[in-house]
Design a protein around this ligand. Structure first.
Ligand SMILES: Cc1ncc(COP(=O)(O)O)c(C=O)c1O
Length: 431
């Protein structure tokens, strides 16, 4: 069997007919049609051969680049002995991965339950918070994102959940980085507060250094749990193992996903402290996920942890982050009328422009020039930059060249009414 089509056009037409006509229409309308075939390191290659530097990386799935040879080798070796495994039985790879995660995590986050997707892992975090506290309330941040599944969806924004009601009751949202608002929202009925340390969809907003200390304090005061969603921010992305550590607090539950897969085999983990673990111990067969923590996925994840938790690797992430900071700041100064701010925690970066129009026209110019990056869905002024953590200095410099060229092109093109109109229409699209 082959996954090849005779022409790119035929491939796209078949995708439109059987997978998503809406996506194809959207991408074609704005000239954003990318059909990746070959992929390697920091690059994606369209079926038509065009090469793209990937600064999207699916929110961190490709932290270690595309088709990382060490991850492929770990899974290849694993295939000599293992398969998906039986989720009911005791598993060596699961035990090793949970033990390794406990070593890498702060505080008493000593236990892990594995899943396939981030949404599933967040659902479990919320289930365990409710079961542990016996309370219904879940508080999350407006504009954040936790996944497409039941409880994760309920903790998200209206535009993702409106058609699917009625959803689970007990969910409320507060503005991010607003302590008084959280104080009002949290009560004796609150099971947990769930937040991303830096919400990506909200424009990579870096909170006040004391914000999460206040979140922790309010949770403790009210007897609620704190869940850190590190699906995007974890695993070395911000220059240290977990982003929440920048803020000096330890959550009761930490969710990791995306990059844990090594970009090769899906796996996520809901990491829990000793208190939450009690419910799991007393109810060993209440949460069942057939593919959750498959043995092969565990082997991929173990290799991810071996690479990313290494001190020398993290030092390199920080060195590259500094290179990005300096290079981006120089470019920003050259385009200061439109390019307002660089939001950065390690290699988790957001470039804020004066309006959504600019970042959207810019993302199109970048695309045309061979760099793939997207803007934040809930703050379209912010272009997200998530390079692979393994990006080389030459590739970083290539990103700078493409960014600077594209900014000039964007600033010139915006003089033409037609393109501005296109950008305004794009701004109204629900991405
Ligand atoms: C912060 C965060 N949490 C959870 C999820 C859900 O993960 P998944 O798409 O694997 O279900 C995402 C996905 O983008 C995410 O960014």
């Amino acid at each position: 069997m082959t996954v090849e089509f005779k022409t790119r056009k035929e491939l796209v037409r078949t995708y439109a007919r059987h997978v998503s006509r809406g996506k194809v229409k959207f991408y074609n309308r704005y000239g954003f049609t990318l059909v990746p075939r070959r992929r390697e390191g920091a690059y994606l290659y369209d079926v038509n051969g065009k090469k793209y530097l990937n600064l999207h990386c699916n929110g961190g799935v490709f932290n270690l680049g595309h088709r990382n040879p060490q991850i492929i080798e770990a899974v290849r070796r694993g295939l000599e002995t293992y398969d998906i495994g039986n989720h009911h039985l005791i598993s060596g790879p699961k035990a090793m991965l949970a033990q390794r995660l406990a070593e890498c995590l702060p505080g008493d986050l000593n236990h892990a339950v594995f899943g396939v997707s981030g949404g599933e892992a967040v659902d479990l975090a919320i289930k365990l918070a409710r079961a542990t506290t016996g309370r219904p309330g879940i508080v999350s941040a407006l504009g954040g994102y936790h996944g497409h599944t039941g409880f994760a969806l309920a903790a998200g924004d209206d535009r993702f959940k409106a058609p699917f009601g009625p959803l689970s009751p007990g969910f409320s949202q507060v503005p991010f980085d607003d302590v008084p608002a959280l104080e009002r929202a949290i009560s004796d009925e609150t099971a947990a507060v769930i937040m991303e340390p830096v919400p990506a969809t909200l424009g990579m907003r870096i909170p006040h250094p004391n914000y999460f200390r206040e979140v922790r304090r309010l949770c403790d005061q009210r007897g609620a749990l704190f869940i850190a969603d590190e699906v995007q921010t974890g695993l070395g992305r911000t220059g240290i193992p977990w982003a929440i550590e920048h803020f000096g607090v330890v959550p009761d539950i930490l969710v990791t996903g995306k990059g844990l897969s090594g970009g090769i085999y899906p796996i996520t983990a809901t990491c829990i402290n000793d208190r939450v673990y009690k419910f799991v111990v007393n109810n060993p067969f209440i949460h069942i996920s057939t593919f959750g923590g498959s043995d092969l996925g565990c082997l991929a994840a173990l290799e991810v942890l071996r690479i990313t938790m290494d001190e020398a690797f993290l030092a390199e992430v920080n060195r590259k982050a500094e290179r990005f900071r300096q290079g981006l700041e120089a470019i920003r100064r050259g385009h200061a009328t439109v390019f307002k701010e660089i939001r950065q925690l390690g290699l988790f970066m957001g470039l804020r422009f004066t309006s959504g129009t600019f970042s959207m026209v810019l993302s199109k110019a970048l695309f045309d020039n061979g760099l793939y990056a997207i803007y934040s869905a809930n703050d379209k002024r912010v272009l997200q930059f998530l390079p692979p953590l393994t990006i080389t200095d030459e590739e970083i410099d290539q990103a700078f060249t493409i960014l600077d060229t594209s900014l000039w092109q964007m600033r010139r093109s915006l003089k033409y009414r037609g393109l501005k109109f296109l950008a305004d229409r794009l701004a109204a699209e629900p991405v």
